[in-house]
Design a protein around this ligand. Structure first.
Ligand code: PNS
Length: 167
């Protein structure tokens, strides 16, 4: 059985992530979304639990997709899941420069775990969690950037104003 791991911070999951999950889930028997417990570089907008709940909800209609959190090295998580394949999306050249190096190191250090890249659908090339977080700092929602359940959560938590209030 082919198992692929799609890792990330998912703070929060975006429509770009969801497009990649759907497409990659069509290429493998099983896709495991790996949510990084703590990213040292960023102050998260959502707790790990919230990120996992929102992802699980967004993926509920995808039968071969599961969502789990992981701490520590990605390659250890991939191995523990019985996989040897990581998938990452590429939006632009800058992504590739960073991702290439990480993929190379991960492969060498793990002794063979491969990283595959899927190009982002052009309609999602501007979509990123960091832009969603930045707008959220000013209480502005970006409904076209996030799945509906994420927008609902952001409104319920009072992170952003509802579309109605903005009108
Ligand atoms: O969504 P992100 O923040 O771009 O995802 C980055 C992620 C989670 C793929 C990366 O930070 C990661 O793999 N972290 C786990 C720790 C690790 O394995 N580090 C070595 C490779 S960077």
């Amino acid at each position: 059985m082919s198992i692929v791991v799609y890792p990330g911070s998912f703070d929060p999951v975006t429509v770009g992530h969801m497009d990649l999950i759907r497409r990659a889930a069509g290429l493998f028997d099983q896709l495991i979304v790996g949510v990084l417990v703590n990213s040292e570089k960023k102050t998260p907008l959502f707790s790990l639990e919230e990120r996992v709940i929102m992802l699980r909800d967004a993926c509920k209609d995808l039968p071969n997709v599961s969502v789990e959190s992981f701490d520590g090295l990605l390659i250890d998580f991939v191995r523990a899941k019985g996989s040897n394949t990581i998938i990452r999306g590429l939006r632009e050249l800058m992504d590739f420069e960073m991702e290439l190096q990480i993929a190379q190191v991960n492969r060498v250090v793990s002794g063979g775990i491969e990283t595959l890249f899927l190009p982002t659908d052009p309609s999602y090339s501007d979509v990123s969690s960091s832009v969603v977080r930045e707008y959220a700092r000013y209480q502005v929602a970006l409904p076209e950037f996030v799945p509906e359940n994420v927008l609902d959560t952001m409104i319920k938590k009072g992170i952003v104003k509802s579309a109605k209030q903005e009108d």
